[in-house]
Each structure stands twice: as C-alpha cells, then as structure tokens.
Design a protein around this ligand. Sequence first.
Ligand code: FAQ
Length: 334
Amino acid sequence: MYAQMVKTDGARIRSLDEMDPQERAFQERVDAGQKIEPKEWMPEGYRKTLIRQISQHAHSEIVGQLPEGNWITRAPTLERKAILLAKVQDEAGHGLYLYCAAETLGISRDEMYEQLHSGKAKYSSIFNYPTLTWADIGAIGWLVDGAAIMNQVPLQRCSYGPYARAMVRICKEESFHQRQGFDILMKMVKGTPAQKAMVQDALNRWWWPSLMMFGPSDDASVHSAQSMAWKIKQNSNDELRQKFVDQTVPQAEYLGLTVPDPDLKWNETKGGYDFGEPDWEEFFNVIAGNGPCNAERLNARKQAWDDGAWFRDGLTAHAEKAAERHGAAKVAAE
Ligand code: FAQ
C-alpha cells in the first residue's frame, strides 16, 4: 500500500514500477510486514533515515537524563530519591540499546557522539527546558514519558528488527516512568494549596513543549511520508499528537488541573479533542539550538566526553596489550 507513496528525493513519490528489482523486492518485503535485519540489503536512504532517527533517539535518552538528574540530590524523600535514580539510570540504558541498534547500520558510537557534540545530530526539543521545581519531575514523568510512550509503542512494529526489538523493553520501562510521574503529582495535588499551584505551574510550562515532542505538523514534516512508506514510522506526527491529547486531558482533569489551552474542546463528531496550535516558531528555534537550555545541555555532554578521555585511553591501552600478549602466546604455541 505504502509503496505507492515512496518518495525519491523528498519531493516526488515513486511507485513500485519505478523501482529497480532489488529495491522493489525490498519494498514488497516491508509492505508484507517482514522485518529487515542488519546484514540484509537495504536502500541507502533507508539506512541513513534509520541512523538519523535511532541516533537522535539515543541522544535524546542520554541528554534527557540531565533535567531530572538535576533533582536527584533534592528529591523530597529517600524513597523518591531511589525511584528517580532508578529512572535516570533506565534512560541511560535506553540510550545504550539504541546506540547499539544504530551501530548495526554501520556507524560507530564515536561518530554518533561527534555528531551530537558538533550540533549536527538533534535530540528531542523537550530536554532544552529547565526543571525549576519538584513538580517538574512529576510533569516530566507524566507528560514527557507519556508522549514518549505514545510515539514509541508503534515503533515496536518498525520494519527494522533491532530498533523494533529495542523498543519492547524501553516501552515497558517508560510505562513505569509515567506512573511514577503521575504518582508524584497525585501526592502534590492532595497537599497544600502552594503544592497544588506548583503542579499547575508545571503543567502550564510543560504542556506545549510536550506536544512539540511529536515533531512539526504533518504538512511541515519532511521525513514522514518516506518513513511511513518504509514502515519506520507507523503514524504521522499529528495522529500521535491527537492521541496524546485525547489520553492526557482526562488525566489532567482527574488531577484537578487546567490544561493551558483556551481552544481545547471535546469534539463529539471526531471523538477527540480540538486543540490549539503549538508555537511552531518556538519549536524551530529550540531545534535550531536556541532554546533556554541548549547550550547548557550540550556543554554538559561535551564535558562528560572530555572527562572520560583518560578512561577510554586506559581501555584502549589495555586492549592493545592484551592483543599483543595474545599474539605472542600464539607465536610461542606454533
Ligand atoms: N525535537 O520530518 P520530521 C524520551 C526534527 S525519547 C527535536 O517530522 P521525523 C524518553 C527531525 O529530527 C524522545 N527535533 O522528522 C525520555 C527533523 O530534523 P533532521 C525522543 C525534532 O524524524 C523521557 C525535522 O525536525 N524520541 O523522551 C523534533 O520523521 C524522559 C523534521 O521533522 C524519539 O526520538 C523534536 N521534538 O519525525 C528520556 C522517538 N521533532 O533530522 C528522558 C523516535 C522533529 O532532518 C526522560 N523519533 N524534529 O535534522 C521519531 O519518532 C521521529 O524522529 C520524530 C520526528 C517524531 C521525533
């Protein structure tokens, strides 16, 4: 079905008849729902699209540790501290599975880091906003992990095997993360008026950036048509955004909060909410590197890379010595 929508150069859509036999066979396998595995032939554009998306996803998980990591020492109880620590560690794990999945496509971990540090590779816009209060940690779990789940559940059915399989465990862990965020907010809204106000303030600041996580609107999304034809993406950005709004608004009501959107209204005919447009100028500004925390986030990652240089050097020296010893032992045995 999607073969009818395959783009060539990002502008025109090619049909199966216009493809060479190898590419057509590939597209037919994708259309039939078969998984593509690392050593199999794939169009260069498919490989590049996956490297772009998976590496950016991995970078998002790693950079995404920073806003929450900021609160580990200030969590209000020992239990909350232990839970937050475990969550932030989970995000590191997600980044590592995803880097491994991207490596199967022929890019090295060092190249991916270089692309992040030079600003060539993006990471999710959401992590360029500051975490000002403890309620922000609840809001991240509830909204940011909630949006991540909405986007990632369909990725479990992605046509590329290693990415799809990495998503299974990641989605399970994100579900735990979302509940822990909601649990923080449930406690706070039952607390003092000041605590409840803190939660409303967090929702006011995180609502629109959360909607932006799904990417630009469909008519501005340059990659969607091709990625959907290749079954890398199963849904368009706007479809997932709509689902997220429909799922999240009743949760906000349950918490006794007001979603900061004057245009939000239940639409009986479509069976979903109508809602306002995110500020796309702000979104494009943030992904261009000019959000409130872009410089801080990238500097933290670059600093971590530089601080780890002695350890990488040590590992390399150890590996070289081990290889030499192995070589000498082999010669002696011959
Ligand atoms: N932020 O044509 P499209 C998480 C870029 S994980 C920054 O629509 P596409 C877990 C896009 O890359 C969150 N850039 O692109 C967690 C492209 O630029 P490029 C990350 C964005 O790929 C929770 C350009 O705009 N999740 O949160 C964003 O078809 C809590 C045009 O856009 C994933 O990465 C954005 N929001 O669709 C961790 C999921 N949106 O590359 C810690 C996998 C778009 O040409 C704490 N990724 N751009 O330079 C995807 O599903 C897709 O890549 C989309 C974008 C939907 C993000």
